[in-house]
Design a protein around this ligand. Structure first.
Ligand code: GLC
Length: 404
């Protein structure tokens, strides 16, 4: 089966990391991957590294706005990208176009008008409350040849909204990770603590992810002085970079907040790091404080590392963590609760160890890349038409067929 992956941006965040895992792991004897993406950003090199055929298209400029000048600019961009996607589809003739975002799904569906191509929208985002979100749902309803993969049930429900006919077309495939990369390695914790100049006695919390407002680093930093009053040996690592449009300003605000509260010696900005598994293993607690989190890959990664997680409830997170069993969940946006929970967990090594042990087991059982890839392969088989050379695989795909 031939699959054309279309990614609307060349930058790399969670959705692209899932694409990376997919390209690396799909069974090449049954699935031939081709990627179409912009050349700006690290994605294209990553894809080429897998020896996968890569086609280049312009970067899509498309955001929620009601400003007329911007709308016109976005329409022009949409049209330019659409032409390239269409010509690539005509040339490649894939069995499935796998569009790796809602935006990519819109383009890929419009670009294949009249071609009858199967288009899969991989939903990594939650649609905000906006008139355009309803328009996107209505657009999806119109095209019966589209199928959706949602990274969590929360994303599936959000996408379908009040359009009940869409529900049948959305399948939930929870993300997976390469568990081996996050395996605990003896001595790693100490080595990385040494490198980062952290004392063995420091209580180290970390927040890992893009520096962007929805990830909630600002609230964590604003409240960190209150944590320090009770836990003076606490330290906070901020891991991640500013990747998208206005995020550099936000990163600046984070640095200013730290400097103004006089806690510069207790907070370290590490930027984007290639050694996230090692850093996670040096943490006593991973904090996830997002206001919008469709899934939360970082949580699963921390779980696999054996690092306890404290997370604000949002999007798909309650589908990963069971409160007080496999992590600690708190209401989103409640500063006091955030501070108190960090302090309580700092004071209870036993609770941290208990949830971390159960979480690790849960991650190993539920979030492996092999489980993810198996679900995905069954999904493709059920989505694309029957072909002569894969009858045995189709026989196994009953579970996936039920989703349709
Ligand atoms: C997006 C989402 C994140 C999810 C990732 C992978 O980056 O914001 O929650 O984990 O995609 O699906």
């Amino acid at each position: 089966m031939k699959i054309l992956f279309y990614n609307h941006t060349g930058k790399v965040s969670g959705a692209e990391r899932m694409l990376e895992l997919t390209l690396a792991g799909l069974d090449r004897s049954r699935f031939k991957s081709i990627v179409l993406c912009p050349k700006d950003g690290p994605l294209v090199e990553m894809v080429r590294g897998f020896g996968v055929r890569t086609e280049i298209c312009p970067e899509l400029q498309l955001r929620f706005t009601l400003r007329l000048d911007l709308l016109i600019k976005y329409l022009v961009s949409f049209w330019t990208v659409l032409s390239k996607v269409r010509s690539t589809v005509v040339e490649v003739d894939p069995d499935v176009v796998h569009a790796n975002s809602i935006r990519a799904g819109l383009v890929a569906t419009a670009a294949t008008l009249g071609l009858g191509t199967h288009v899969v929208w991989h939903l990594h985002d939650l649609l905000p409350r906006h008139p355009f979100s309803t328009a996107i749902r209505a657009f999806a309803v119109l095209f019966a040849r589209t199928r959706m993969i949602a990274v969590s049930q929360a994303v599936a429900d959000n996408f379908a909204g009040k359009f009940f006919s869409l529900r049948k077309r959305v399948s939930v495939i929870l993300n997976g990770i390469e568990l081996d990369r996050f395996k605990q390695v003896a001595g790693k914790r100490n080595a990385i603590r040494k490198e980062l100049q952290l004392d063995e006695t420091d209580f180290v919390i970390g927040i890992v992810g893009l520096l962007t407002p929805r990830k909630g680093q600002l609230a964590l930093l604003r409240n960190f002085p209150r944590v320090l009053e009770q836990v003076p040996h606490a330290k906070c690592l901020i891991v991640g970079g500013a990747v998208f449009n206005k995020d550099e300003q936000y990163a600046e605000l984070l640095r200013k907040t730290v400097a103004e509260s006089g806690i510069s010696d207790r907070v370290h900005f590490l930027g984007s790091r290639a050694d996230v598994p090692a850093i996670m293993q040096s943490l006593d607690l991973l904090v996830m404080n997002s206001s919008v989190e469709p899934f939360g890959l970082v949580i699963v990664e921390a779980m696999a590392c054996g690092t306890p997680v404290l997370a604000a409830i949002s999007g798909g997170i309650p589908e990963i963590i069971q409160h007080s069993r496999t992590g600690w969940l708190i209401k989103q946006g409640n500063d006091r609760l955030l501070v108190d929970s960090i302090i309580n967990l700092a004071e209870s090594l036993e609770t941290r160890q208990l949830i971390a042990t159960r979480a690790r087991e849960h991650a190993l059982n539920t979030f492996s890349s092999s489980r993810y890839l198996r679900d995905l392969e069954l999904f493709y088989q059920a989505t694309a038409p029957v072909t002569q050379d894969q009858p045995e695989v189709l026989a196994q795909s009953e579970a996936a067929k039920l989703a349709f």
